[in-house]
Design a binder for this molecule. Structure first.
Ligand SMILES: Cc1ncc(COP(=O)(O)O)c(C=O)c1O
Length: 375
């Protein structure tokens, strides 16, 4: 399989640990190991006595059981744990698609959601979100894109990078379309739980549709990317069986310490997510003020969910803008061109506590630019 470089991840590999101020991280505030273990009495001792042999290939039974609490009536046997969401995407695309198949991907998209399918030999069509309509993709457009060969439709809600979140009827309509046309919905839900109004939380696709696959991870909502624990949840037994067998060629089984720590974190899923939503709400107040003050430069659409948004740059090229900001002020934004040449926008991330500090540096830079423009 030949894959093009993952532009966004290459950009992060270059800058993430070198740039002084990160303003585009997609994950929420993390925590130290001690803080996580302190969530439960005795956890520290259990962790010290943890056995470090091979683990059960589908995932630790207690972890899988705990993951089911995020769904509505799924059993532990309908969950397959992976090394992050990324491994699950890779394995799903390899199992669900063969050369000559067709897949439709909600766009703009996190590159692996389309690139792995392309590597498998599938034809990839974009199902584009409409920036004029709060980044909502149109179900009629999807219907028009479907062919006899369409095996998979990828949806990502809450959406990276726009923060778009539809009403629940959108999910049910997509599910009905899948029933009629026979494609499998691969639903990337890695930001689920970060709805600004928890009443807006969508039902998981695996709860709505018998064939669909829901993707979850510890990295975003729970801020625990370093655990590298992700999962798929599905009622599609045939697909789950094939993915389990495919995993023998990727990681075989998961990291025992990570599974243990993820289990503890998910037993406290709601309180960790609430903490992160509070950080997001606080940061969004700063962003609202910033974008209001600089509406001549940026078009801001306040997201309904998630820890990222995709404001448009109204002047000049976003690549030049982001390069200059990094060089002059040490602030890292993610140019939208990494999602495709048509996006003169940038990804801003606001799940971390130190965001206001990075935003202040950004604002100083903008004010200097404006000062230079004045006659
Ligand atoms: C939409 C989406 N899906 C999947 C992933 C991969 O998650 P992980 O890095 O935890 O494997 C990301 C990470 O940025 C993402 O934004």
């Amino acid at each position: 399989m030949k894959l093009d470089p993952f532009s966004l991840e290459r950009y992060f590999a270059k800058h993430e640990f070198a740039a002084p101020y990160l303003l585009c991280s997609s994950d929420c505030e993390s925590m130290a190991l001690g803080e996580l273990l302190a969530l439960e009495p005795g956890a520290q001792d259990h962790f010290s006595s943890l056995w470090l042999g091979y683990t059960e290939s589908p995932g630790n039974p207690e972890l899988r059981q705990t993951i089911t609490t995020l769904y509505n009536g799924l059993a532990a046997g309908q969950v397959l744990v992976h090394a992050g969401a990324e491994e699950a995407i890779f394995n799903f695309m390899n199992v669900a698609l063969t050369s000559g198949d067709h897949i439709v991907v909600h766009a703009p998209y996190y590159q692996s959601l389309g690139e792995v399918a392309r590597g498998v030999g599938a034809e990839v069509s974009e199902w584009r979100a409409d920036p004029q309509n709060a980044w909502q993709p149109d179900l009629d457009d999807l219907q028009a894109a479907l062919t006899e060969r369409t095996k998979v439709v990828v949806i990502n809600l809450p959406h990276n990078p726009t923060g778009f979140l539809p009403e629940a009827d959108f999910v049910y309509a997509l599910s009905a379309l899948s029933d009629r046309h026979g494609f499998v919905i691969f639903s990337d839900e890695v930001y689920r739980g970060l709805e600004l109004d928890p009443a807006d939380r969508l039902p998981a696709m695996a709860d709505v549709n018998e064939q669909a696959v829901s993707l979850g991870v510890m990295s975003k909502t729970y801020g625990l990317a370093g655990l590298r624990i992700g999962w798929i949840a599905t009622r599609n037994a045939a697909l789950l069986k094939k993915m389990s067998a495919f995993k023998d060629y990727t990681t075989i089984c998961n990291s025992a310490p990570s599974e243990f720590l993820a289990t503890i974190a998910l037993r406290h899923a709601e309180s960790i997510a609430r903490r992160n939503r509070e950080i997001i709400n606080h940061n969004l107040e700063h962003l609202d003020r910033f974008f209001n003050a600089h509406a001549d430069w940026f078009a801001w659409q306040r997201p309904k969910a998630g820890s990222i948004a995709f404001p448009q740059l109204l002047r000049g090229s976003v690549d030049d803008f982001c390069n200059k900001l990094l060089k002059d002020a040490g602030v890292l934004l993610l140019p939208g061109s990494l999602y495709g040449p048509r996006y003169n926008a940038f990804r801003v991330g606001f799940g971390r506590r130190n965001m206001p500090e990075a935003l202040a540096k950004f604002e100083t830079h903008i004010k200097e630019k404006k000062g230079m423009e004045e006659p």
